[in-house]
Design a protein around this ligand. Structure first.
Ligand code: BGC
Length: 786
C-alpha cells in the first residue's frame, strides 16, 4: 500500500543536487512501504528492496500527473535516428526536458552531450529526476566485436560475457547508462535481416547466451559506473516474422510461443535484466506493444519481474497502422493498459495519457506502477545519488577503444570463426607459403567487417583480411591483391543514415575479373573474400535471395579455372545459400562480420595460430526455399519414404541443412565413444548423468564443443526430433581423452505441455552426445511417475 505524505513537499522544493540527495536519502523514513509483492530472490540486479521502494514512494508522492507521464517518455537526440524521423522540433524536446517531462533519451552519446542534456533537467526541472540515456550497443561500442550471430558461433559463454563487460565499460565511459541489448529473439529464417543480431535458431543456446550477456552488461551491481542497464528485446516473437520479412506478422501457436520463443525472456527476467523492449510485430492479431497477456499478465504478473518495458521505436503509434487503434489516444490507452511502460518516440503518452486518466480509461495506479518501475531502474543505477556519474572525461579518454579491448576483440573474433569445409587439409597454411592471392570485394574492406549496428565503430576502422594476412606471413611470402568485383554501389558512407540509403548490387562491371584471374594464376593459394555487405543484414534488411549478390560467383568460377586451391573467406550476417560455391572449393571459413580485429583473427586461423573451434548457431540451407530451416523440427506423420513421394520433403532439394546447427570442423579430429547413462530410469523429479569419452585423435591441440541433445518420444504435444539441452567447450591435447558428464533433470526434460504448464511427462527419451546436431551416439532412458 502506498501513502502520499504531503509534508514531504516542503523539503523537496529545494535546489539542484540537494533535492536529489533528499530524494535518495532523507525520504527514507517517510511514507509507507510498498508491499513488496514482486520481490524475487533470483533477481540480482534489479530488485524490489525495501529501501528503494520507500524512496520511490516519496518521489511518486511529490509528482504531478504531467511529471509522472514525463517519466514514461523517451526521445531520440537529433544525432542518429534509428527509426523513421519525427517532425518534432528540438525546441519542443528542450522545453519538455526543462519541465522535467522526459524520462529518457536515446541516441545521445559522448560525455559532453550527455552532461549537457542531463544539465537541462537538473538545472531547470522542479523535481530534478535524472534522465536515462539509452543506446544500441549491440556488439560493442567503439571496439567492435563480431555480430551477435557470429559471436554465438563461439559457444563460449565466458568470452561472450567478457565482450559484454567491455561494451558496458565503453558505453558507460561515454555517458550511456542503458543499452538496448541483448537481442534474444530466436530466429530460424535466413531471409530475416535481423537474424544477425541474435543467437540463431535454438532456444537453449539463445537463453544461455542472453544470460551471459546480461551478466556482462549489468555486472553484479547496477550502480557500478562501469556497468549499464541491459534490455531484453524484442518481446516477443519478432524473430518469427512470416516469410522473413521484417516487421511482418507472426502466426504461432500458444504452445510453440511458450516452448520456443519465451524461455530466453524468462531467463533474462530471472537474471535481473533491468528493462525489456517490446516488438513491432503482431502475434496472431495482437501487436506485441498492445499485448496485455505477454507484458502485464506474464512478465509482470506470473514472472514477477520488477523492471520496466520500453516500447520499440514508434511502436505505440504504429498500433494505428496495424489497424489496432484508431488514433494516438486509443493507441496510448491500449499500450499503457497492456503494460508498455515507456513510449519511445511515438509522442503518444504525452499527448493523451493525462486525459485518459481523467476519463478513467487508464487507471492512475497503472501509470504509477509504470513510473515506479522507471524510477526503480534509476535508483538502482545510482542516478539519484549522482546524475553525472557516467560523465567522466578521463574515462572517456582512456576506457574506449584501447589496446586491451582490441585484444579481447581479436580473441572473440577468432573463436567465432567456423571451419565449414577443409578438404585435403588445405588449411592451415604455412606462414612461409611462397605466395597468396587475396581476392574479392571484401578482401581489403575495412568497413564491412564492422557489420550493422556498429554503434560508434568508426568507418573503415576494421583490420581487413589483406592487412591481417600481410601481418601474419613470412617476409618471403608474396601477397597479391585484387578486388575482382565490387559488391555494392554505393556503400554507406560515414554520416549517412543507413536507414535511408538503399543498397544497390553491382552486376555489370566485370573488368576486374581478368586482373583477379592473373594474380590467382601466380599464387599457390587463393583466399577469396566474398559474402555480404554490412548493410545487407540488420533492421529492414530482409532478402528473398540469400545467395551471393552481384558478380561474386562469376569471380569464383573464373578463378577456379586457374587455381584449385581456393579458401572461401565468407563474410556475412545471415546463413547464406552457399551450395554451389561450396561444391567448387576445398575450404570454407565462415567469418561473419567479425568486428574491429577481423583480419587479424582470420589470419590467426588461416595460418594455424588458432585452431578453429566455432560451431554454427544456425542451419545453412541447400536452398532458400527451405527457409525457415532449423534442426529441431517436428517429425510430421510422414517423416521418411524411399520409394514413394508421399513423405515430408522437397523433390528438388534435401529436407535438412547443407551445414547443420552445431556443426564446425577443427584442424584436428575428435572421436566420441562410451556414451553411458548412470541409470536407465528416473522419476519425474529425478536426475541422471550422461557421460561420454571425447578423444583428440589428431595431432594438434584443439577445442571441441560437446553437445547434448534429447528427444521426448511421445508427448501430450508433438515434441521436436532433437533439442539441444547442454554443451561444454573444452581443450584437448593430441591423444588426450576427457570424460564429459552432463546432468539431466526435470529442468532439462520439462516443456510447456497441453496442460499449459511446464512439466515433465513420463515416457521414453532418447539422448545423443556429439559434435553437432547430427550427433550419432545415442542411448535411451525412461521417466516414470513418482
Ligand atoms: C529497433 C530496436 C532499437 C530501437 C532504438 C528500433 O528500430 O527495433 O531494436 O533498439 O530502434 O534504436
Amino acid at each position: 500500500m502506498k501513502v502520499n505524505n504531503k509534508t514531504l513537499f516542503v523539503t523537496v522544493i529545494s535546489i539542484k543536487l540537494l533535492a536529489i540527495l533528499l530524494i535518495s536519502c532523507q525520504y527514507l523514513d517517510k511514507g509507507n512501504i510498498v508491499e513488496n509483492d514482486s520481490q524475487t530472490t533470483e533477481n540480482k540486479s534489479i530488485i524490489n528492496d525495501e529501501i528503494t521502494e520507500r524512496k520511490i514512494d516519496s518521489v511518486l508522492s511529490l509528482m504531478t500527473i504531467d511529471e509522472k507521464i514525463g517519466q514514461l517518455v523517451q526521445y531520440s537526440g537529433k544525432w542518429d535516428a534509428t527509426g523513421p524521423s519525427s517532425s518534432v522540433s528540438d525546441q519542443y524536446k528542450n522545453d519538455k526536458l526543462r519541465k522535467g517531462e522526459v524520462g529518457a533519451m536515446l541516441n545521445v552519446s559522448s560525455v559532453a552531450s550527455v552532461r549537457e542534456t542531463q544539465r537541462i533537467v537538473m538545472e531547470n526541472s522542479r523535481l530534478k529526476i535524472p534522465l536515462l540515456f539509452g543506446y544500441d550497443v549491440i556488439h560493442g561500442y567503439k571496439t567492435i566485436f563480431p555480430i551477435p550471430l557470429g559471436e554465438s558461433a563461439s559457444w563460449d559463454l565466458d568470452i561472450m560475457q567478457q565482450s559484454a563487460v567491455i561494451s558496458a565499460k565503453e558505453a558507460s565511459a561515454s555517458g550511456i547508462n542503458w543499452v538496448f541489448a541483448p537481442m534474444i529473439d530466436v530466429s530460424r529464417d535466413a531471409r530475416w535481416g535481423r537474424i544477425m543480431e541474435g543467437s540463431g535458431e535454438d532456444t537453449y543456446l539463445t537463453t544461455v547466451i542472453g544470460v551471459a550477456k546480461i551478466k556482462g552488461l549489468q555486472g553484479n551491481d547496477l550502480s557500478n559506473s562501469n556497468t549499464v542497464a541491459a534490455c531484453a528485446k524484442h518481446f516477443a516473437g519478432y524473430g518469427f516474422a512470416e516469410s522473413g520479412r521484417d516487421y511482418n506478422t507472426i502466426n504461432i501457436g500458444e504452445f510453440e510461443l511458450h516452448n520456443t520463443i519465451l524461455p530466453p525472456f524468462k531467463a533474462a527476467a530471472n537474471a535481473g535484466v533491468a528493462t525489456f523492449m517490446n516488438a513491432f510485430n503482431d502475434i496472431d492479431g495482437i501487436p506485441s506493444t498492445g499485448h496485455k497477456y505477454l507484458q502485464r499478465d506474464l512478465l509482470k504478473g506470473e514472472w514477477n519481474w520488477p523492471g520496466f518495458v520500453v516500447s520499440d521505436w514508434g511502436s505505440i503509434g504504429e498500433l494505428i497502422a496495424h489497424g489496432y487503434a484508431s488514433d494516438l489516444k486509443q493507441a496510448s490507452e491500449i499500450a499503457l493498459n497492456a503494460g508498455s511502460d515507456m513510449d519511445m518516440q511515438s509522442y503518444a503518452y504525452e499527448a493523451s495519457l493525462k486525459e485518459l486518466v481523467k476519463e478513467d480509461n487508464v487507471a492512475l495506479s497503472l501509470v504509477d506502477d509504470a513510473v515506479r518501475r522507471v524510477l526503480r531502474v534509476k535508483f538502482h543505477l545510482g542516478l539519484f545519488d549522482d546524475p553525472y556519474k557516467y560523465c567522466n572525461e578521463e574515462r572517456e579518454q582512456n576506457d574506449i577503444y584501447n589496446q586491451a579491448h582490441l585484444n579481447v576483440a581479436r580473441d572473440v573474433a577468432k573463436k567465432s570463426i567456423v571451419l565449414l569445409k577443409n578438404n585435403n587439409q588445405l588449411l592451415p597454411l604455412s606462414k612461409s607459403v611462397s605466395s597468396v592471392a587475396v581476392i574479392g570485394p571484401l578482401a581489403n574492406d575495412k568497413n564491412t567487417p564492422l557489420g550493422n549496428w556498429r554503434a560508434k565503430g568508426e568507418y573503415n576502422s576494421a583490420v581487413s583480411l589483406l592487412e591481417g594476412v600481410k601481418q601474419a606471413v613470412s617476409k618471403n611470402t608474396k601477397v597479391y591483391y585484387e578486388k575482382g568485383v565490387a559488391l555494392t554501389i554505393p556503400t554507406i558512407k560515414p554520416g549517412e543514415n543507413q536507414f535511408s540509403t538503399p543498397i544497390e548490387f553491382n552486376t555489370t562491371d566485370t573488368s576486374g575479373i581478368r586482373k583477379a584471374v592473373e594474380v590467382a594464376k601466380k599464387a599457390e593459394v587463393v583466399l577469396l573474400a566474398i559474402g555480404e555487405d554490412a548493410y545487407q543484414t540488420g533492421e529492414g534488411r530482409s532478402q528473398v535471395d540469400i545467395g551471393f549478390k552481384g558478380l561474386q560467383l562469376e569471380l569464383l568460377e573464373a578463378i577456379k579455372k586457374v587455381n584449385k586451391n581456393i579458401v572461401i573467406v565468407l563474410m556475412n550476417g545471415r546463413p547464406m545459400d552457399i551450395r554451389s560455391a561450396s561444391e567448387m572449393v576445398p575450404s570454407i571459413l565462415e567469418c561473419w562480420h567479425l568486428g574491429s580485429q577481423s583480419g587479424n583473427a582470420i589470419a590467426d586461423v588461416i595460418f594455424g595460430d588458432y585452431n578453429p573451434s566455432g560451431k554454427l548457431p544456425v542451419s545453412f540451407p541447400h536452398h532458400v526455399g527451405q527457409e525457415p530451416l532449423y534442426y529441431n523440427q517436428k517429425n510430421t506423420g510422414r517423416p521418411y519414404g524411399l520409394k514413394q513421394v508421399t513423405y515430408s520433403a522437397y523433390r528438388d532439394a534435401p529436407r535438412f541443412a547443407l551445414y547443420p546447427f552445431g556443426y564446425g570442423l577443427s584442424y584436428t579430429t575428435f572421436k566420441y565413444d562410451n556414451l553411458t547413462l548412470n541409470t536407465s530410469e528416473i522419476k519425474v523429479n529425478g536426475e541422471l548423468e550422461v557421460s561420454v569419452n571425447v578423444t583428440n585423435v589428431g595431432d594438434r591441440e584443439g577445442e571441441e564443443v560437446v553437445q547434448l541433445y534429447i528427444r521426448d518420444l511421445v508427448g501430450s504435444l508433438v515434441r521436436p526430433i532433437r533439442e539441444l539441452k547442454g554443451f561444454k567447450k573444452m581443450m584437448l591435447k593430441p591423444g588426450e581423452t576427457k570424460t564429459v558428464t552432463f546432468l539431466i533433470n526435470s529442468e532439462t526434460l520439462q516443456f510447456y505441455s497441453v496442460n499449459k504448464k511446464w512439466e515433465v511427462e513420463p515416457g521414453d527419451f532418447d539422448v545423443w552426445v556429439g559434435g553437432s546436431s547430427k550427433a550419432e551416439l545415442k542411448e535411451r532412458f525412461s521417466v516414470i511417475n513418482e
